[in-house]
Design a protein around this ligand. Structure first.
Ligand code: ADP
Ligand code: CA
Ligand code: CA
Ligand code: CA
Length: 420
């Protein structure tokens, strides 16, 4: 028995989102935390699993960040590196490749991040893909005018639905493309191309999977609502999704094939898809744990599988425990995330309904991100989500009922922007 606990670098994870830190602790994995540049971590209030903190400026000085990682690795080797933050996936893949650590590789990271490359690779593998056009810049908008409308315009390298906008008719396309481009420049810091694709109606689902040496296990399928746009803010996540077994099979098949098409052989993934009839169409596959760790909460509480612990073990080059023969995850019930909608804009003066929920036995976590005094800007200039409410229920139907009650129980009051 090795007395050495594996050490894994965890890039850009907020300490206010506890699930992955708790999994690391349970799995006996020591974390070297690279904090988000905008988060100040107090040394005396770190999660117990964090052994070290390492500041890296990945966006500002990528080469310097890689050099620092190499120095740290040479002084005290670590066994892996990972992130739950989608924009950092390519950096992590590159660092792992450079240091000879487990990872998906730079090329797979490109396919998991650039939506145009992803669409091309999925289509080449014969998977279900809406018709799409990649645009270098807004002046090329007419190249997408022949698609069937409505269409969805999005940044090629976007995340968190930033800038994702529906255009109902061809005569709106030019303006929507221009608007999305401006959001890319403002919010993503740069504009690196757009994708326009045909709108997929139908309900949305999230699929959490673990890959190990090319073997893909779908660990959970959850319902994500049926947002119709024109903007696509996150709303709910309820698992397990209530679906007939043949449809679950079709989803597992499509998601597994997508891993092969994108060359993602190791690690956790978070896939989003829409169902048209019985046919799953991938929206995207992220090579990371979803929802900044919310997916760990969901999978563990629905299936008993310690999803993030296994993801961290794979990052460290260890086999996932839940893949071992004889491993029997205990089915536990339903789990859900309710993402409180902004429901307006301006300066927040009060958020009603959260305090009452803290005493609700169904609620495990309330992660509050916006507070009175914060300014919410109107869509599409997206500020962030006010709060996540993570809960457990006997059935998915009960989770749905709970969410319906939250729609009226939680209310945010605003003063006009600039007011008090
Ligand atoms: P991001 O990387 O910003 O999350 P996504 O491609 O996942 O971008 O799009 C965000 C959301 O926009 C999706 O979850 C979905 O609700 C909606 N969406 C994106 N593309 C389409 C599409 N082709 N048809 C219907 N809805 C879409
Ligand atoms: Ca994404
Ligand atoms: Ca997405
Ligand atoms: Ca989404």
């Amino acid at each position: 028995v090795s007395t050495q606990q594996p050490r894994v670098v965890l890039v850009y994870q907020r300490t206010t989102l506890p699930w992955v830190f708790e999994s690391a602790e349970r799995a006996g994995i020591r974390l070297i935390l690279v904090p988000r540049p905008d988060e100040t971590v107090a040394a005396d209030r770190l999660p117990p699993a964090v052994a070290d903190v390492l500041a890296l400026d990945i966006d500002g000085d990528r080469a310097g960040a890689l050099a620092t990682l190499r120095q740290v690795h040479e002084a005290t080797p670590f066994q892996g590196i990972c992130t739950l933050y989608d924009p950092a996936v390519p950096f992590v893949a590159e660092a792992a490749e450079l240091l000879g650590l487990p990872g998906i590789g730079r090329d797979a990271a490109l396919g998991a991040q650039d939506k145009r490359v992803m669409r091309e690779r999925l289509a080449a593998a014969g998977l279900n893909v809406p018709r799409f056009v990649g645009l270098k810049d807004p002046s090329a908008w007419e190249e997408a005018a022949h698609l069937d409308f409505p269409v969805v315009v999005k940044p090629a390298h976007g995340f968190s639905s930033l800038g994702v906008t529906k255009a109902e008719r061809p005569d709106e396309l030019k303006a929507v493309v221009e608007e999305v481009w401006q959001i890319c420049r403002g919010k993503l810091g740069e504009a690196r191309g757009l994708i326009v694709e045909e709108y997929l109606d139908g309900p949305e689902f999230a699929v959490e999977s673990l890959a190990h040496r090319g073997e893909v296990t779908v660990c959970g399928i959850g319902y994500k609502g049926a947002p119709e746009g024109p903007y696509f803010e996150e709303s709910v996540y309820r698992a397990p999704a209530v679906l007939p077994e043949p449809v679950r099979d079709a989803i597992r098949h499509e998601v597994t094939a997508a891993h092969a098409a994108l060359g993602i052989a190791d690690g956790p993934t978070h896939t989003e898809l829409r169902l048209r009839g019985d046919r799953p169409y991938l929206l995207e596959l992220g090579a990371r744990i979803g929802g900044s760790g919310v997916s760990e909460y969901i999978v563990r509480n629905v299936t008993g599988r310690d999803f993030a612990a296994d993801a961290l073990r794979i990052a460290a080059g260890l086999p996932p425990r839940s893949f071992e023969a004889g491993h029997q995850p205990a089915a536990t019930g339903a789990a859900a995330n309710y993402i409180v909608p902004c429901g307006g804009s301006g300066r927040i003066t009060a958020i009603h309904g959260l305090d009452e929920l803290r005493a609700d036995p169904r609620v495990d976590h309330i992660v509050q991100m916006l507070f009175p005094g914060d300014v919410v800007r109107p869509y599409p200039d997206f500020t962030g989500y006010p709060a996540f409410i993570l809960s457990r229920h006997a059935t998915t139907a009960e989770a749905e009922e709970f969410h319906r009650a939250l729609e009226t129980a939680i209310r945010i009051e605003y003063a006009p922007e600039g007011g008090r």
